[in-house]
Write a protein that binds this ligand. Structure first.
Ligand SMILES: Cc1ncc(C[n+]2csc(CCOP(=O)(O)OP(=O)(O)O)c2C)c(N)n1
Ligand SMILES: [Mg+2]
Length: 189
């Protein structure tokens, strides 16, 4: 879809930009959840740059300190690509921060028709890391609580960047200001 935003990785001559000096956004794609495997790959890149000895990080990484941020709507978490990616990132322990924006709906279909218990972070709670087992840090925050959102995202960044642990942020109590067909041009579909 032509309206999807992305940043340039190459300069006008086709050479790599210094990606460590810019914020990087990979182009979104229309099938919801289609961004998930790519998000995993971007996160894994940081891990490789941090851990593979002798690898040339020039223009791509500063000691694997990069985080891959991704977002997905609540209804789209029903797709297979979402579950596969969540599991793989937990296994690989990569710096992936995935936000689930939960307005309780997928277009006009309520969560009770598509998400067990109507609560994605509750059903994924088994992925939570514990003292002796690796997993995720799962954070929950209300979409209207601006201060809590800032704190939550800073905490998520710290965990992912320092420890290379994946983080799931479940943002709920969101509204849908307009109907799907009036708002879809400006967002990922
Ligand atoms: C694989 C796929 N199936 C169906 C659609 C059509 N579609 C676009 S948005 C959407 C609902 C998404 O709901 P949700 O993930 O909760 O995001 P929200 O719009 O509520 O933020 C659907 C079914 C699509 N884009 N891709
Ligand atoms: Mg939704």
């Amino acid at each position: 879809m032509g309206g999807h935003f992305s940043t340039f990785s190459l300069d006008e001559n086709g050479d790599w930009n210094n990606l460590t000096k810019q914020k990087n956004s990979s182009a979104d794609i229309s099938p919801t959840a289609g961004q998930m495997p790519r998000l995993l790959g971007l996160a894994q890149a940081s891990k490789i740059y941090r851990n593979v000895e002798g690898i040339d990080t020039t223009k791509f990484s500063v000691e694997g300190n990069e985080i891959a941020w991704g977002t997905i709507g609540n209804a789209s978490t029903s797709e297979g690509l979402f579950f596969e990616t969540i599991n793989a990132a937990g296994v690989l322990q990569v710096p992936m921060v995935i936000s689930v924006w939960d307005d309780e709906y997928g277009i006009s279909v309520h969560a009770k028709y598509q998400t067990t218990k109507e609560n994605i972070s509750e059903i994924l709670s088994g992925f939570q890391r514990e003292k002796n087992s690796k997993g995720y840090e799962i954070l929950r925050v209300k979409g209207w609580d601006y201060v809590a959102l800032m704190e939550t995202y800073q905490e998520a960044a710290k965990i992912a960047r320092a420890e290379h642990v994946p983080v799931l942020i479940h943002v709920n109590e969101l509204t849908q200001p307009q109907g799907h067909s009036t708002s879809w041009f400006t967002r990922t579909v």
